[in-house]
Design a protein around this ligand. Structure first.
Ligand SMILES: Cc1cc2nc3c(=O)[nH]c(=O)nc-3n(C[C@H](O)[C@H](O)[C@H](O)COP(=O)(O)OP(=O)(O)OC[C@H]3O[C@@H](n4cnc5c(N)ncnc54)[C@H](O)[C@@H]3O)c2cc1C
Length: 402
């Protein structure tokens, strides 16, 4: 008999997990989510959603929809204080597809494959009922969650407030820099601006994503009332701080691709142990609901996707017995080292950069192997963690070889 799984939430986590479960014909999946695919498609942007190579490989492995029109991102450019230092090649390409488009297409596709959707926001009382009706409930409610009372892991949650204010817009009228990729503009002491070519329903756009240190000079979005305000503020910022971007903007064409193509959010990173009991039944958490990070390193979607596959494997391993604490402990034992690396690197990126890392970044401008290694931090976050936290490794002459 098929196991009945309830998935709360239909973001990257809920979607990836559902495709993984469908790859074995042993699960009957119901997704509970407040918005229909049409509401998601016509709603506000949610992310900058760069998917790096291991996430893309998983999308292929589990036969998820493909995005042939998405621009492949082949490099990570780094500029510090307005000076372009280098463009390091990504060993495998990345891409960014507007989550509004990605989610709504996946929702249609999943519905056609027999996944049942219940358009409802789940409360804790609902959860108490759902645990009786399903073999397992997985809480994938993202940063609005979790619904289940997962215990906070204080060793991985050292911050009591956000260290950045995130301001994102999807723009027309910005000429793409070559080689096509992500551009990280770092203004020490003020914050960062990430530039990312992306695909939306309306075609290609350039994402401009300002990570402003609260109270500093890039933190100027508080008076934003509408799309027009957001555009003017970003344009002014490029004039003052990012002249290289300003040179590539055609002012007469510069606008958001739609009225809801901007987002303002501030995230307090936190990690929960991703399993607990409700009414004596196990509930598991996956993705942002249990591992929430500031997006400075662009790892959220990639971590969600990593976690879903680890959970899927843990569930498969015990499919013929009863899922119990050992199943979920194994899932967390597998994912925690990766989570620790992403969290550690992301936290470090929001602090003043350590001198060895600054030296390494400067060295990237004259040493292509170093530039390549830095670019691939984003593909393999553990390599970034090692470079930040094990100085000895960093000074070996093996950059770009791992
Ligand atoms: C500004 C910004 C930029 C980012 N850039 C990147 C990037 O470049 N690369 C990257 O990898 N990651 C990035 N991220 C992070 C990434 O977007 C998230 O990690 C990822 O979307 C989280 O997916 P999720 O499915 O866990 O949560 P979400 O995408 O938040 O989905 C949660 C789902 O749960 C539903 N839900 C919420 N509450 C309930 C409830 N009570 N009952 C039922 N359903 C509920 C929601 O409606 C939604 O469907 C960025 C995030 C931000 C904010």
């Amino acid at each position: 008999m098929k196991k009945r799984i309830a998935i709360l939430g239909c973001g990257t986590t809920g979607i990836h997990l559902t495709y993984e479960l469908l790859s074995e014909r042993r699960y009957d999946v119901t997704i509970f989510t407040p918005q229909s695919s049409e509401e998601v498609r016509s709603g506000r942007i949610r992310s900058t959603q760069v998917h790096f190579s291991s996430t893309i490989a998983r999308e292929h492995r589990y036969h998820m929809p493909e995005w042939p029109n998405a621009q492949e991102l082949h490099a990570v450019h780094v500029s510090v204080g307005g000076h372009t230092l280098f463009a390091g090649p990504l060993d495998k390409p990345a891409y960014s597809v507007d989550q509004r488009l990605y989610f709504s297409k996946c929702m249609h596709h999943l519905e056609r494959q027999g996944v049942r959707f219940v358009y409802d926001k789940v409360s804790f009382d609902d959860l108490s009922r759902l645990v009786e009706q399903f073999d397992l409930v997985v809480d994938c409610t993202g940063r609005a969650g979790p619904v289940a009372p997962f215990p906070l892991d204080s060793s991985l949650s050292p911050l009591s407030s956000p260290l950045r204010k995130c301001n994102v817009g999807y723009f027309l009228g910005v000429k793409t820099a070559e080689p096509i990729g992500i551009i990280a503009h770092i203004i020490p002491g003020e914050g960062e601006l990430f530039e990312i070519p992306a695909l939306t329903e309306r075609g290609p756009v350039t994402i401009l994503f300002v990570e402003a240190i609260p109270g500093r000079k890039l933190d100027v979005f508080d008076k934003t009332q509408n799309a027009h305000d957001f555009c003017s503020i970003i344009l002014n910022l490029t004039e003052s701080f990012f002249p290289e971007i300003r040179e590539r903007i055609n002012v007469s064409q510069f606008r958001l691709c739609d009225e809801l193509a901007y987002l303002r959010v501030a995230i307090r990173p936190k990690v929960h142990t991703p399993y607990c009991t409700v009414n004596g039944k196990w509930v598991v958490g996956c993705g942002d609901s249990v591992v929430l990070n500031d997006p400075i390193t662009g790892q959220g979607d990639n971590t969600c996707s990593y976690m879903t596959e680890a959970l899927f494997f843990a569930l498969m391993e015990d499919i013929d017995s009863t899922w119990d604490e050992s199943t979920f402990q194994r899932y967390w034992d597998t994912t925690k080292p990766y989570v620790r690396h992403v969290v550690g690197w992301s936290h470090a990126m929001m602090q003043p950069l350590p001198k060895p890392i600054l030296d390494m970044i400067m060295k990237g401008s004259e040493n292509p192997a170093v530039a390549r290694r830095i670019a691939n931090w984003f593909r393999i976050p553990s390599s970034a963690y090692n470079d930040f936290f094990h100085e000895n490794d960093m000074h070996q002459n093996t950059w770009g070889e791992k």
